[in-house]
Design a protein around this ligand. Structure first.
Ligand SMILES: [Zn+2]
Length: 303
């Protein structure tokens, strides 16, 4: 089975879980400290990749994990995780208590965007997580990693109202989930990720400003990988979000699908002007769901 694991300093592992069977789409992280923790699990279909990678590192039991938010590309495999590892528990926003034991509502919400057939085939069906395996998070809660190292949960809505980021002060790494947006290999710029129903510019910017006050060396994104120049990337993200909102609000009356096509064509031409190579452009464009972006921005504009 294919594997791509990168070891960073301070015992942080980045594990590609080959979402939709493609490289560079979804990274999970494992901090191999005295009291280790997994960050994100990925969708159900990615679970075998995650387990194979962990086992290749000699990790045969994982006691706990932390999930950034309740979107299925991040938590789809949670039910598998608690089934595989005895006594495993998951740190997550308090809405997790409501939805993880009865994931039908999460499934339905995502099906309405991606269709059920697509979901089953590409992300895989989800299993319920028992309440006893769920630990809800509080803002600024410190999760001990042993030897005085902590992972601090920081509430960060904007992309989703149930979003936490996780800050490892020891290494200066902030595990961002989807708060920043997307950076696909091998690009070095942020593309916004603004889904309905929760995206709000004001809320997201407040979160990003709060996170900018931390002492940061690296941002670890779910989509995808660990990046330096954290403050520059945060500014980069804010600028792009402003420009996207302006572009979408100036569009004539178009259906969401038509607007998505116009948005993606406009982006391709912008990226070309910036001198970005065709491979990278295709990677960003083909791995984005622009209709969902249109829905998220239009929903925000009518709030
Ligand atoms: Zn995501």
């Amino acid at each position: 089975m294919k594997q791509d694991i990168k070891k960073f300093s301070n015992n942080i592992y980045q594990i590609d879980v080959f979402m939709e069977d493609k490289p560079g789409r979804m990274s999970c992280y494992y901090i191999d400290s005295k009291d280790p923790i997994l960050i994100e699990v990925g969708p159900s279909n990615s679970f075998p990749y995650l387990i194979t990678s962990l086992e290749s590192l000699g990790i045969n039991n994982v006691n706990r994990s932390a999930m950034t938010h309740l979107h299925l590309d991040h938590i789809g495999g949670v039910g598998h995780l608690v089934e595989k590892y005895k006594n495993h528990f998951v740190y997550i926003h308090e809405l997790g208590i409501k939805h993880l034991p009865n994931p039908e509502k999460l499934w339905k919400a995502v099906s309405s965007i991606y269709t059920e057939e697509w979901l089953k085939e590409n992300w895989g069906e989800i299993k319920p997580t028992p309440v006893k395996n769920i630990h809800t998070l509080k803002d600024e809660q410190k999760i001990s990693l042993g030897n005085k190292r902590n992972l601090q949960a920081i509430y960060g809505p904007g992309h989703a109202k149930h979003h936490y980021t996780f800050y490892d002060e020891y290494s200066g790494t902030l595990f961002m989930g989807d708060t920043l947006g997307l950076i696909y290999p091998h690009g070095d710029f942020v593309q916004p990720n603004l889904p309905p129903p929760d995206f709000s510019k004001e809320v997201l910017f407040e979160t990003l400003d709060k996170l900018s006050n931390l002492e940061l060396k690296y941002l670890a994104l779910a989509h995808f990988g660990i990046h330096d120049k954290p403050y520059l990337l945060i500014e980069n993200a804010k600028e792009s979000i402003e420009v996207w909102i302006k572009f979408v609000s100036n569009l004539p009356t178009l259906s969401n699908a038509e607007a998505a096509k116009v948005l993606s064509e406009w982006l391709v031409s912008n990226y070309k002007v910036l001198g970005i190579d065709d491979n990278t452009i295709n990677n960003y464009i083909n791995n984005s769901h622009f209709e969902m972006q249109i829905q998220g921005i239009r929903n925000y504009l009518t709030k």
